[in-house]
Design a protein around this ligand. Structure first.
Ligand code: HEM
Length: 153
């Protein structure tokens, strides 16, 4: 079960890295149209939330520490923040629907929150891999905790 959890956490990290790539694909697409960010939309609205949720369920079933379970659902929560940033930024557009300095200042947070999602997902994968291999989460310094069992299921 812990190995399955590590695999799902790995897939989550891959999906989040791909999401960054798809953001650039959308930004460079010419002409810009409704399809420019289609891959970014599908990965952000469906694949990352589904993987985060599924990995969390498997983490709970594998009885990993509660903090690790909480970290695993965090990418889903941060994706909701991504959507809120877009909605809030749009609210500061001008009356013709064009961006304003204020709306851009808010929308730029989408990239920063995206980096936070990468960091959290990498952290989740690191912990999940460690749990699958040694049966304990990595300690702050990176070494396995003392007294950890070598059991992995
Ligand atoms: C892990 C990182 C990221 C996640 C999870 C994420 C997630 C999302 C989500 C859920 C949407 C809404 C899609 C929709 O309404 O159909 C969106 C839209 C968007 N994202 Fe991201 N995003 C990430 C990173 C980035 C980055 C780094 C950029 C660019 C610097 C970016 C640029 C955009 C743009 C321009 C849109 C609007 C697309 C449109 O108008 O259809 N995103 N993102």
């Amino acid at each position: 079960m812990r190995k399955l959890y590590a695999v799902l956490a790995g897939l989550l990290l891959v999906a989040v890295v791909a999401q960054m790539y798809f953001a650039a694909v959308g930004a460079f697409d010419k002409p810009q149209d409704d399809d420019s960010f289609a891959l970014h939309s599908v990965t952000g609205m469906m694949i990352i939330p589904a993987l985060s949720l599924l990995a969390t369920v498997v983490a709970a079933a594998a009885r990993v520490p509660g903090r690790q379970i909480g970290l695993t659902i965090l990418p889903l929560g941060l994706v909701i923040v991504q959507m809120l940033i877009i909605a809030l930024g749009g609210a500061f557009d001008d009356s013709t629907g064009n961006t304003t300095p204020l709306s851009l200042a808010v929308l730029g947070l989408h990239a920063l929150n995206g980096m936070a999602i990468i960091g959290v997902s990498a952290w989740v994968f690191r912990g999940a891999r460690q749990l699958a291999v040694t049966g304990s989460r990595p300690a702050a310094g990176g070494a396995p905790r003392e007294g950890s069992s070598a059991r992995a299921s």
